[in-house]
Design a protein around this ligand. Structure first.
Ligand SMILES: *Cc1c(COP(=O)(O)O)cnc(C)c1O
Length: 390
């Protein structure tokens, strides 16, 4: 590596961009004395609902996407032990949430190009115990929701969409998260809208969202804003055994301004994506497939595939070399059955899902954040080309 690269600051993978508006709103929130779930969360819910073209009564803010997935599956009222079909190419939280809900995960392999769950693999994985499908819109690329919803209707299955990567994405003009019974979003620091930690549940049924909201706050019939607000103390009843998953106003203070910039940020990532596509077109690596027609890709992760036979360097060596160039990268994801816990608990072997396994071993996520400057983008390109001797 050249000394010029060695002296560059470390480019943190997935760095968020926090503006002065967010900082001022957090300060205002702290000064207001109301830190917990209150008016800012309510406003964030309303604005998120408007952004996804649904009623405010169809969303509920929570403190993570993991929590959103967990309470959605509980609110879907599936019999304990029911099977939920999901993808092996996802973050562990997707599968853990199924387990926390007392359900059984069943994996269906992905398409090698789109990296999304294959509808045919879903059909092949259906058993008499199957009750739900949990598609993950990987990297922001919409799953084949027409085919997935057709399977769900035919077999009477619930659908819970993991939209952690896909807050801006659409399939055939319809926002993701609005196809299934529930859509679950993440506002974790590396995601496209950031509240530090945070999540949102979007639901087709207002009753089920109301239930999810109660489950996310101890099972209480009224939240603190309604108990301690200026209308006087109100009694509450615990109506079920819930969890502590509510979003704070301090988090919503960030989210309000992040959401206001979501389109601008998407356009900037779209431009970075095009620049990477051009700059890497001649390299012996595989680039992300073009977005499918009549879809909007969320442009969350730019993942390239390194086949050692073809490009002359192993994936992990490449990660090391990027680190030496002071550029942070990611791996999304080592497939679920490669992890010890699931192997031990379910006896899964990675060969059962060959596409996800190969992708998980070859994939590298390059920086794809609104916070990248043009100079940062050129640094990434220069480092990738130098490491591959291009
Ligand atoms: C980040 C992520 C989650 C979990 O989101 P949290 O808000 O961190 O709980 C779930 N699924 C996928 C695909 C993710 O990338």
């Amino acid at each position: 590596m050249s000394t010029e690269l060695d002296n560059s600051p470390f480019l943190v993978f997935g760095a968020p961009q926090i503006g002065e508006e967010e900082i001022a709103e957090v300060v205002d929130c702290l000064r207001s004395g109301w830190l917990g779930t209150g008016p800012r969360v309510a406003q964030f819910e309303r604005e998120f609902a408007a952004f996804r073209h649904v009623q405010a009564t169809q969303v509920a803010a929570v403190n993570s996407c993991t929590a959103a997935l967990h309470v959605s599956m509980l609110a879907a009222d599936l019999e304990p032990g029911s099977e939920v079909i999901t993808t092996p190419l996802t973050f562990c939280a997707t599968v853990n949430a199924i387990l926390h809900a007392g359900l059984t995960p069943v994996l269906a392999d992905v398409d090698p190009l789109s990296q999304n769950i294959l509808p045919e693999a879903i059909e092949a994985a259906i058993t008499p115990r199957t009750r739900a499908i949990l598609p993950v819109h990987f990297a922001g690329r919409p799953c084949a929701m027409d085919q997935i919803m057709a399977i769900a209707r035919k077999r009477d299955l619930a659908v819970i969409e993991d939209c952690a990567h896909a807050v801006e994405a659409e399939f055939h003009g319809q926002p993701l998260g609005t196809f299934g019974d529930f859509g679950c979003f993440s506002f974790y620091v590396t995601k496209n809208v950031v509240t530090g930690e945070g999540g949102m549940i979007l639901g087709r049924s207002e009753d089920r969202i109301a239930r999810a909201r109660i489950l996310a706050l101890h099972g209480m019939s009224k939240d603190a804003w309604h108990r301690f607000g200026d209308e006087g103390y109100k009694h509450y009843q615990v109506v079920e055994c819930g969890f502590k998953y509510n979003m704070m106003d301090v988090q919503a203070a960030l989210g309000l301004h992040q959401l206001a910039r979501v389109e601008n940020n998407w356009r900037r990532r779209e431009a970075i994506w095009q620049r990477y596509d051009e700059a890497f077109a001649d390299l012996p690596i595989s680039l992300p497939a073009p977005a499918e027609t009549n879809t909007r890709h969320g442009r969350h992760l730019y993942t390239v595939m390194l086949d050692e036979q073809r490009c002359g360097i192993a994936r992990d060596e490449f990660l090391e070399a990027m680190n030496t160039a002071r550029i942070g990268t990611g791996v999304h994801y080592l497939s679920i059955p490669e992890h010890l816990y699931y192997q031990q608990r379910f006896g899964w072997r990675s060969e059962q899902w060959p596409n996800a396994t190969r992708l998980g071993r070859e994939t590298v996520s390059l920086p794809m954040s609104r916070a990248l400057t043009d100079h940062d983008v050129e640094r990434v390109i220069g480092a990738v080309r130098q490491i591959l001797h291009a």
